[in-house]
Design a binder for this molecule. Sequence first.
Ligand SMILES: O=C(O)CCC(=O)C(=O)O
Length: 336
Amino acid sequence: MSGLDDRQIETFYKQGYLVVENVLDEKLLLSIEAEYSALLEREAGILFSLGKVPSTYANLPFGQRYTTLLAQAPALFERINISLPLTSQGMPPDAKVHTGAAVFAMLTHPALLDVMASLIGQEIESNPVQHVRIKPPVRAVPESLAGLSYVGKTTWHQDMGALMDEANDTELVTAWVAVTDATPKNGCLCVVPQSHSSGRLTLHCPGKGIAAENYIPASLLAGGAMRQRVQALPVRRGGVVLLNRFTQHCALPNKSDDIRWSFDLRYNPVGQPSGRPAFPSFVARSRQHPKRVTTNARDWTAMWERARNSILSGAYRGPIFNAERWRKYSDSPVCA
Ligand SMILES: O=C(O)CCC(=O)C(=O)O
């Protein structure tokens, strides 16, 4: 495939979302799975050597192994993420970000960038607001993690709600990549079609317990007309859901017996503020300045290492996440 056709582009602009099947090829998906298997093997070994788990569960298949380890060592979800933790209380000294070659190949995959180019042009920056979400069956999710969108369901929100004010005008597009098939049963995304046309909501409620999990209260969802209009977005492995930055969306709980695995990636035109200045953006494609393109995972890893060291050493003095942005609405009756 090479980008979107006119009808797809029109649908994206009209509806605020688009499901595109068959963007990423099987070879890439298998290499991502292999990379994560090796990562889990390493993390299981570390947890075992620290006495946090009684076994490395080496004989279990990937999904069951991850689910079992996570239930006993909840911090695991953060150690396999493709971004540093979002914290307003200081970065943990052992914070990690996974920057493997297969993930980098996904971020810069020509078919994915062609899709992006159809929407934001050929000068494309990879935005550091990006996550892996490997979600165990909801019945296996520890109570302490149920409210976290990395593990349990995801509450309604606009992606702009997670960015700092510097990115209010950034033309951000989310690319939600399915590694496993995503279905209503295992927790696919849902959107309110055309909700992007109302623009940026001035109110998200701060997450209960975890500030970064801010959400749109039901009464404010697309003018309250939510029930009639919500659309579930199933997509097959290798497919991508594209979201406008204002589109109101959520993800259902995983009521299946296996994991639901996705990556949410974001892109914006080169040079626009990312909304997360502590973390590194990189130029993924540029026709005007090809030399500025980051072409390998080693350089990308070095960017995250620098960001991490700069935050930990105190050299970076700005905020990582603006937890205060929505906290002022804590006492608002709509957030009760
Ligand atoms: O996959 C999920 O659970 C939520 C993803 C999401 O809401 C997003 O990418 O903005």
